[in-house]
Design a protein around this ligand. Structure first.
Ligand code: SF4
Ligand code: SF4
Length: 533
């Protein structure tokens, strides 16, 4: 009896563990299957559908395209076309017959006409397919995360570097290509995603009383991604108040400030703005069309102009002085919000090398200079009524929008999550991060203190630092971490098994607890450690 009982108990406990693990795996697999079905349906919007310019389509397109342009489409009216490219080239030929349209106008008109001309399952059963794609993928994602409630909270090094998704394996590469492809179509080939835009048409009509465009689709998906992956963060970091509040904050700012308020303002036909999007991240704020629009839009326009300037010139530096970069990059910013939620599984992929640190400093400060030069040109041009810099301002705007706004912030910034980590844009490209970083480095109270005696050099902190900071290097030397790139996400402190690291606000003079000369070694000088300079 004495022998058999423990064995029996052991057997029961093993079986029940097995049983519950099997159940959890089933839940996970069901979630994954639902997510993949949703994703497949969403992706199929690229390939399924016919196109026909009917009276109804012309009426719909008339909201965005001038009547005289729509009349030019008469030769192809009521012709059913199965190929998007065939319809596009026909529209192109007819609309551009007199060659008087700019590329931008032509692109916009083509988008609205093709969107209105789309027929097929996604326009006949829009709500059904909206649920079967975006909603199903979101619900699948949530179900997939549920079993994590049974795990201990926090980061676990459980075979992460053998994961195909999280360690640049095949799934990670496919995911990267998918994200990059999505951004390329969104920015440069919007006509290819008209059916995806049609999926959110009812939501756009309901919220804004306006037809959906690609930016509404993008904002909607962005907000859902932050919310769904934010719930994953709540589950994963449920032991840490800092991370719970921080995650709630990014969801709140994305939903309220980036999505809801601009949507309501659009519904009311008022000038709209994401009130947390500060210059120079908001690089179009000082463009002449925006300034003119704000100045002609009554009190609200003037308030937006006033707020945009106050945010950039006063709020950003003052808040950064008191709280460091974290108040913006990890609590408020939309790019940071996506990085901290959707990008969290990829944070360990950041490059920790000294070479990457040097490249980072060169690129991010060059982008800042580019943004400042562009803004000076924009404002001078606006004040001089187009006389100063004239056409050059437009060209510089175009170059910045293409290179930095679209290619860097969008395609590379998010598309490269599974390849280079979740903060590629914030670290290498964001001009606002460069300004915040300069304040944080030279005039701020924020610091990460390290109790060096406790450090066991496990390296968890460096591994999970999304900004590529070799946190362990400082911790081993008992040195406080004062780095311009640190976004104050706090993950280094959360993953430290010895409680070595602490995010604190102190007086600016007390931040460098150990003089650099005391901690730098000959090797640091020999290896060109940027700390030396
Ligand atoms: S040093 Fe710590 S708080 Fe700063 S970015 Fe890296 S992980 Fe986040
Ligand atoms: S995680 Fe903690 S113990 Fe490990 S290297 Fe970093 S500071 Fe040291």
């Amino acid at each position: 009896m004495r022998v058999s009982r423990p064995v029996q108990l052991k057997g029961i406990s093993l079986n029940s563990n097995h049983h519950s693990n099997g159940k959890l795996n089933m839940i996970k697999i069901s979630g994954l299957v639902l997510f993949l079905i949703g994703l497949a349906v969403f992706t199929s919007t690229l390939f399924v559908g016919n196109y026909k310019i009917t009276d109804r389509a012309l009426q719909e397109a008339a909201q965005k395209v001038p009547a005289e342009r729509l009349e030019m489409l008469e030769p192809i009216k009521n012709q059913q076309m199965t190929s998007k490219s065939e319809m596009l080239s026909s529209i192109n030929k007819l609309l551009n017959a007199d060659q008087s349209l700019s590329d931008y106008q032509l692109g916009e008109y083509k988008f609205w006409i093709l969107k209105a001309a789309a027929t097929g399952p996604f326009t006949d059963y829009t709500i059904t397919f909206f649920i079967l794609s975006i909603i199903l993928a979101s619900v699948g994602g949530l179900i997939y995360f549920l079993p994590k409630l049974k795990d201990l909270p926090g980061i676990k090094n459980n075979h992460m570097f053998f994961s195909s998704t999280m360690s640049r394996g095949l799934i990670g590469i496919i995911l990267g290509i998918y994200l990059i492809g999505f951004y390329v179509l969104l920015y440069w080939y919007p006509t290819q995603i008209v059916n995806a835009v049609n999926l959110v048409e009812p939501v756009s009509q309901w919220l804004r009383n306006q037809p959906a465009d690609r930016w509404f689709l993008y904002g909607f998906l962005y907000t859902i991604a932050v919310a769904v992956m934010g719930i994953r963060m709540f589950i994963k970091y449920r032991h840490s108040r800092y991370h719970l509040v921080r995650t709630a904050s990014v969801i709140f700012f994305q939903f309220g400030f980036a999505f809801l308020i601009p949507t309501i303002l659009e519904r009311l036909n008022q000038p709209s703005m994401d009130f947390k999007n500060a210059w120079p991240l908001n690089y179009s704020f000082f463009m002449d069309w925006n300034l003119s629009n704000l100045l002609q839009s009554g009190n609200l326009g003037l308030f937006i102009l006033f707020w945009g300037i106050v945010l950039a010139v006063i709020v950003v530096p003052v808040m950064t002085y008191f709280l460091g970069k974290r108040w913006y990059c990890s609590w408020v910013c939309g790019c940071g919000g996506l990085a901290e939620t959707l990008g969290d599984p990829f944070r360990q992929l950041s490059d920790k090398s000294l070479r990457a640190w040097k490249i980072e400093r060169w690129i991010v400060h060059s982008v800042l200079v580019f943004a400042v030069v562009m803004t000076v040109m924009q404002i001078s041009n606006f004040i001089s009524n187009g006389k100063l810099f004239a056409d050059y301002t437009w060209r510089v705007n175009q170059a910045y929008s293409f290179l930095i706004g679209a290619a860097f912030a969008g395609v590379i910034g998010t598309g490269f999550y599974p390849l280079m980590g979740n903060r590629v844009w914030c670290r290498f490209g964001c001009p606002l991060a460069a300004i915040l970083g300069l304040v944080q480095k030279f005039k701020s109270r924020f610091v990460i203190t390290s109790n060096g005696g406790q450090c066991i050099s496990c390296g968890n902190c460096s591994t999970y630092c999304e900004m590529g900071i070799d946190v362990r290097w400082y911790a081993q030397r008992g040195q406080n971490i004062v780095r311009s790139s640190c976004v104050g996400c706090g993950i280094c402190a959360a993953v430290c098994p010895r409680g070595v690291l602490k995010l604190e606000n102190t007086t600016p003079g007390n931040r460098y607890n150990v003089p650099l000369d005391d901690v730098l070694t000959k090797d640091d000088y020999a290896t060109d450690n940027p700390l030396v300079y």
